[in-house]
Write a protein that binds this ligand. Structure first.
Ligand code: PHE
Length: 348
């Protein structure tokens, strides 16, 4: 191989390696492999001195051309690599000026909102929140609340029964009200007692605009020395004002529940009309809205729990959360609340 052919081979080889060099490190290695101290082209240039003058001129010129060409190729390769890396980082760049994609946020169900509001109000009045089982013993749901097996009051709570038993005890049912927690709580706590009991209840109902087979209640129970009907009325009046507005008046009328004596039902004056508008969607002209049953805890219940009813008295109340939700938001059909239609629910 002549010296000129050798230069051509070095150049061809160097171009091939350069084309494969993928980064700054590889370029530097290539550079010293060609132009460095022990570089392939350096060896040729060093050997020029040993050549005859005629040959030296031709080989020197060829070597210089190859050197310039390879230097230019190096610069070009460097540019190409730089452009490629810029393009790559532009491709996965984050444009912080783009508007974000909106997140679909949920909201609390209207019944949940109202349940929380009820419990907040009672918490401020000193009532702790406690919960009880939805599957309940007949004994707590009826018997110890003075509703014996053939008592007509059971007709009002015709119910879902279960075939199971717990710890050998039965019959079991889906509780028809939260009142059984009155018994469970006085069995396990000493007066003074002040609790609010939220929870689901189930009744064998034919559903219509104001009845569902599942409903939520909040039960209230206070037991202490010297509690009277005045304390019940004051507590419920304050509740009604905070729930429905400071102008609200409450009406207590006589009612009957076997586990209270006396028993009352509580109504608030209509907050949507002056009380005389037959077209009012909330009271339909009645002027008063019934919102709960209540009364003084029956002395037999206090005695059965081991306390002297001459010393300890108490009051209890039970309200329907859906009912209060409907009144508060002007909802006219209770079935809308659990139909899970977002077009309905997202209005509240
Ligand atoms: N448990 C009764 C009902 O579901 C309401 C009530 C509770 C009445 C407490 C008086 C005292 O209708």
């Amino acid at each position: 191989m002549t010296a000129i052919e050798q230069i051509a081979a070095i150049e061809a080889d160097a171009r091939a390696t350069l084309a494969a060099a993928g980064g700054e490190g590889a370029l530097a290695a290539w550079q010293s492999g060609v132009f460095g101290k022990g570089g392939s082209l350096t060896a040729i240039l060093r050997g020029l001195g040993a050549l005859a003058p005629e040959e030296r001129k031709a080989v020197g010129a060829a070597a210089n051309l190859a050197k310039q060409a390879l230097e230019a190729a190096l610069a070009e390769r460097r540019e190409t690599l730089k452009a490629a890396s810029l393009a790559a980082s532009a491709a996965d760049a984050l444009d912080v000026t783009l508007p974000g994609r909106p997140l679909r946020r949920g909201r609390l169900h209207p019944v949940t909102q109202v349940r929380r509001e009820i419990l907040d109000i009672f918490a401020r009045l000193g009532f702790a929140t406690v919960e009880g089982p939805e599957v309940e013993l007949d004994e707590y749901n009826f018997g110890r609340l003075r509703i014996p097996e053939h008592h007509p009051a059971r007709d009002r709570w015709d119910t879902f029964w279960l075939d199971e038993e717990v710890d050998g005890r039965q019959p079991l049912l889906l509780r028809t009200h939260t009142s059984p927690m009155q018994i469970r709580h006085i069995d396990t706590h000493e007066p003074p007692i002040r609790v609010a009991v939220p929870g689901r209840c189930y009744r064998y109902e034919a559903t219509d605009a104001t009845h569902e087979w599942m409903l939520e209640q909040v039960e209230l129970l206070a037991i202490d020395e010297g509690l009277s009907l005045a304390n019940l009325k004051g507590t419920l009046q304050e509740f009604a004002r905070q729930m429905f507005g400071p102008e609200r008046r409450v009406l207590m009328r006589n009612s009957y529940f076997p586990f209270v004596e006396p028993g009352v039902e509580l109504a608030v004056d209509c907050f949507a009309c002056p009380g005389d508008n037959p077209a009012c969607p909330v009271c339909r002209g009645a002027g008063w809205l019934e919102i709960m049953g209540a009364g003084m805890v029956h002395p037999e219940i206090i005695a059965a729990a081991g306390y002297d009813p001459a010393r300890y008295t108490g009051f209890a109340a039970g309200m329907g959360v859906e009912r209060i939700t409907m009144l508060k938001f002007g909802i006219t059909d209770i079935r809308d609340l659990h139909a899970n239609d977002l077009r309905f629910l997202s209005q509240f």
